[in-house]
Design a protein around this ligand. Structure first.
Ligand SMILES: *Cc1c(COP(=O)(O)O)cnc(C)c1O
Length: 424
């Protein structure tokens, strides 16, 4: 499918007059429409709820939009919990799906009334010791081990993943938690990431629903919800077929009716913790070509770098690039599109066929709305960009300002060596 930016070149040039490149731009209309489609796809399930994975796009303005649409948040750290709390998410609006959890974060999650999802058997003791009790509502994360396959395709390798408990452990965990007073139970698993197939959720659902039936039988636990977590992916490449959330919802329903309903568990709520699916297509990194270089290859240097979007450098991930205003020109130039880090993997594209790029051209780097800005860092002393929201009425709102040198130096404010640093 052809990838089209959600803005025009004229709009971007106008925005760039106020907010210099590089910047992130999010499409509120796209976010809302997609979130509503998800809700609709699972509307057959009375308790359905999406807990947005905050780590994907930790911006309070984005969280508020999703909150309006009925979403909760999925947090796995102290600051994510604090941000959710400050945005008005409270109690069971928050799912705390952490791992290797610092005990004090269990405490904070408990104090906020969040649903705590235990990653490991040993965390029962840690939690009880930390908060002095076992919450009435508790969730355990499951890892079946082995490989996760759809037909013969290996999608991911849970056996090699640090997350979750074995079946024996989760069974024992349920018994212990129940004996210690837990009343409402949940199951959670995240077995494959960025799946671009409608099969992932239904296969995962079958595994978890069958486990739920077994756990109920063996432990007598009252299972209230099953959290299918994240993992529904998006087509980063134009030749990939996007997931159809309606089909996914219906397929999960089919498994639900086959496995849970006959077991007398037809009131179990389905939760999701999607991040990428909720936001990735609705955010872009906008950057300008500032140099061209001809050596052994053709390079286009832009004013963003891996600090702004790390996925290409970190995973060799593909992000589609549109050269604004040249959408209909032939892709007859082969470029490496680079940032300015002193790291040769600081490339947004390698050997990419694109239209001829001139200095000053705006590049729209697609599908950066999740796990994009959020993964940013400050290597080479590079600063993080602003985040902007394109509202439904076409206006633009700054939802995070760009970092300044002062922000970069802020952690030296305990001493006065840098007290004369210029903030330009
Ligand atoms: C990262 C994460 C998610 C979201 O993953 P996506 O790939 O963005 O769907 C959900 N739940 C947990 C526990 C996670 O760690």
């Amino acid at each position: 499918m052809e990838k089209k930016p959600f803005v025009t070149k004229e709009q971007l040039e106008e925005i760039a007059k106020t907010y210099p490149t590089p910047f992130y731009l999010y499409d509120e209309k796209g976010i809302r429409e997609n979130a509503l489609k998800l809700k609709e796809a699972f509307s057959w399930n009375k308790g359905f709820r999406e807990y947005f994975a905050v780590k994907a796009t930790p911006n309070p303005f984005i969280l508020k939009i999703l909150q309006e649409l009925g979403c909760g948040t999925d947090c796995s750290s102290k600051t994510e919990l604090l941000m959710s709390d400050a945005c008005g998410f409270s109690g069971h609006d928050i799912m705390f799906s952490s791992n290797d959890t610092p005990p004090e974060e269990f405490k904070l999650a408990y104090d906020l009334g969040a649903i705590i999802n235990l990653d490991d058997f040993t965390h029962i003791e840690c939690l009880e010791k930390t908060i002095g009790t076992i919450p009435e509502t508790i969730c355990c994360r499951f890892n079946p081990g082995g490989l996760f396959k759809v037909a013969t395709d290996i999608m991911d390798n849970p056996g090699d993943a640090k997350y979750g408990m074995t079946e024996a452990q989760i069974t024992e965990a349920y018994k212990i938690l129940k004996a210690k007073g837990a009343k409402n139970f949940g199951i959670h698993a995240f077995l494959a990431s960025n799946t671009v197939t409608n099969e992932y959720y239904p296969i995962l659902a079958k595994i978890l629903f069958e486990l739920a039936v077994k756990l109920k039988k063996e432990t007598g636990a009252d299972i209230k919800f099953i959290n299918l977590s994240g993992g529904i992916g998006i087509p980063y490449r134009p030749d990939q077929e996007p997931n159809d959330i309606k089909v996914i919802g219906e397929s999960v329903r089919k498994v639900y009716e086959e496995v849970l309903v006959p077991a007398g568990m037809g009131d179990v709520a389905i939760f999701t913790e999607l991040g990428r699916f909720m936001l990735a297509p609705y955010g872009a990194l906008v950057t300008r070509a500032i140099h061209e270089k001809h050596t052994y290859k053709e390079y286009i240097g832009v004013d963003a770098c891996a600090v702004n979007l790390m996925r290409p450098a970190m995973y060799g991930a593909y992000h589609h690039i549109t050269v604004m205003g040249k959408e209909n020109e032939p892709c007859d130039h082969k470029y490496d599109v680079t940032g300015s880090l002193c790291e040769n993997n600081d490339k947004f594209a390698i050997d990419r066929m694109l239209p001829k790029i001139d200095k000053g051209d705006l590049l729209f780097i697609h599908d950066a709305g999740a796990h994009g800005f959020a993964m940013g860092y400050n290597y080479n002393g590079k600063l993080k960009s602003a985040e902007l929201l394109l509202k439904e009425d076409g206006s633009v709102q700054m939802i995070r300002r760009a970092e300044t040198p002062k922000d970069y130096f802020a952690t030296f404010d305990f001493c006065d060596i840098l007290k004369n640093v210029k903030n330009v």
